[in-house]
Write a protein that binds this ligand. Structure first.
Ligand code: FAD
Length: 472
């Protein structure tokens, strides 16, 4: 049902001066997501700049049963931040709540509002000689509230964990408009249910995060990045084991790339250069962040051992900060480069690290059997057992008819991941994209508990409807 002008006026009052817009041109970029898969509509975009305004908006939404969709940087990849196309849901954009509230260098914590962008937080930590480790290709746009709500992963999970491991406390507004003030900087606090962890990864379905207290770390003394050529995913896993043994927690990145993916990057990204003189079927990007008295030669020595033991065919260590960035760019440009190769069907799965080679092999065979000539590009955070198994369309075929097989190919790949004890969403979440599919994969007992929590906190179902759980 369309929202009446009177009700919209009441929401405008809650949002305060400068806290709303009806301008379709301003709203339009917030209604389609990065991959252009989901398009929404809304009569108004609310843009509160303080917690109390958020609470008053949500109280009014609860009173009038008006559905609300929270949005941060709009970089989510499962459509969680996009309202329904029927135009009956309000969009609440958090970008104006973007202040760093405080930094405690003795406690190694930073308290920040939810609309702050990740690079802003990284820079604020660095200015105090501290390190905030979360890092991902969308870090120039993704907001802290969105990163927490999706429990974002990224490239440093191996050493520092996902967002859930980096959040100590939260301030949030629940679906009845009440405020949770749990901005604790405590590393130990066994006083009942862990609401902070519950809201982390809830994709805006249990409330709106307005601020967070995050863990900081000492700045690494030095960072070294290398690319090694390996024969297979199995060799990559053996190399990972060797690196973990030699570098322990100083191993901060371990990313897999297939040769075909690298060729896409070399073909389509202007600045990209082939990192090694010989061609290898697979490549691994390795990052060590050294602390204390660790030798600057640690990576070199470990790689020499890997080559001697036949785990890597060849390797090169970046000789400058620019070259290190160039190596990371090869990895981070993979998705972007794939766009130039026509349609691609995406997967974000995780399996136990030991099962990764079998997953890549079985999924590749099964996809090729279903679509001869398809070009699987399995890449990603293999050190976490997380692979983005993205399948590019066969050369010189119709994009539309390939992409139309999205669900069929998802079923194949997700089925194999599940059989190997894996997850159909390693780091991107459920959103609207997998809200129906998850029912077939998640343990029924866990699903029932999730539904009970949703009903208890949001009995009217106004917080981000149709996300995580399908619409009725
Ligand atoms: C190029 C690219 C690379 C990426 N790489 C990675 C990667 O390596 N690892 C990874 O994990 N993800 C990755 N992502 C996905 C994405 O960046 C993350 O999911 C990110 O956490 C989303 O943050 P956002 O601020 O853009 O949130 P949005 O996209 O705006 O929202 C995401 C979800 O959070 C909810 N939400 C947003 N703000 C709030 C709030 N304040 N309170 C409550 N709910 C809220 C929304 O309703 C939605 O459900 C990538 C995306 C892109 C485009």
């Amino acid at each position: 049902m369309a929202l009446s002008p009177e009700l919209l006026d009441r929401f405008k009052q809650c949002a305060g001066h400068g806290g709303w817009t009806l301008d379709p041109d301003r709203i339009a970029p917030h209604l389609r997501e990065w991959r252009d898969r989901y398009h929404g509509a809304t009569p108004i975009m609310l843009m509160p700049d303080n917690r109390d305004a958020v609470a008053s908006i949500i109280r009014l939404a609860a009173e009038t049963r008006t559905p609300i969709v929270p949005q941060g940087g709009n970089t989510g990849l499962v459509g969680g931040q996009i309202p329904h196309p029927n135009g009956e849901e309000l969009l609440i954009w958090m970008g104006r709540m973007n202040k760093v509230r405080s930094i405690d260098t003795n406690n190694n914590t930073l308290t920040v509002e939810a609309g702050a962008i990740l690079t802003q937080v990284q820079e604020a930590a660095a200015a105090q000689d501290r390190f905030f480790p979360l890092s991902l290709a969308s870090e120039g746009s993704a907001q802290i509230g969105g990163l927490i709500s999706t429990n974002a992963g990224g490239t440093a999970v191996l050493a520092y964990g996902t967002m859930r491991d980096l959040v100590l406390g939260l301030e949030a507004v629940l679906p009845d408009g009440s405020i949770i003030n749990a901005l604790s900087g405590l590393r130990k606090d066994n006083t009942g249910y862990d609401i902070v962890r519950l809201l982390t990864g809830a994709e805006g379905t249990l409330g709106i995060i307005t601020a967070a207290t995050l863990k900081l770390f000492p700045q690494p003394r030095a960072t070294f990045v290398a690319i090694a050529g390996v024969a297979s995913p199995a060799s990559a896993i053996s190399l990972l084991t060797l690196m973990k043994a030699d570098a322990g927690a100083m191993l901060t990145g371990f990313e897999l790339m297939p040769r075909l993916g690298l060729e896409f990057v070399l073909r389509h990204i202007a600045s990209a250069r082939d990192p090694l003189s010989h061609i290898h079927p697979w490549y691994v990007l390795i990052e060590l962040s050294l602390s204390g008295g660790a030798s600057d030669r640690l990576l070199e020595i470990a790689l020499a051992r890997a080559i001697e033991e036949g785990l890597a065919g060849d390797a090169v260590i970046a000789q400058s900060a620019q070259q290190a960035r160039d190596f990371w760019r090869l990895r981070e440009a993979l998705s972007e480069a794939q766009k130039f190769e026509g349609g691609s069907i995406k997967h974000d799965v995780s399996v136990p690290i030991s099962a990764m080679p079998r997953f890549v092999d079985e999924a590749t065979q099964a996809v090729l059997q279903a679509v001869p000539g398809a070009r699987p590009i399995p890449f990603g955070h293999v050190g976490d057992g997380n692979v983005h198994f993205n399948v590019s369309q066969p050369v010189n075929t119709d994009r539309g008819s390939f992409v139309a097989r999205w669900d069929e190919i998802n079923d194949i790949v997700h089925g194999i991941a599940s059989e190997l004890g894996g997850s159909i969403s390693a780091e991107h979440g459920i959103g609207q994209m997998k809200a129906t599919e998850i029912i077939g994969y998640k343990d029924p007992g866990t699903l029932a508990a999730m539904r009970a929590i949703k009903r208890a906190l949001d009995p009217q179902g106004i917080m981000n409807p149709g996300k995580i759980f399908p619409r009725d």
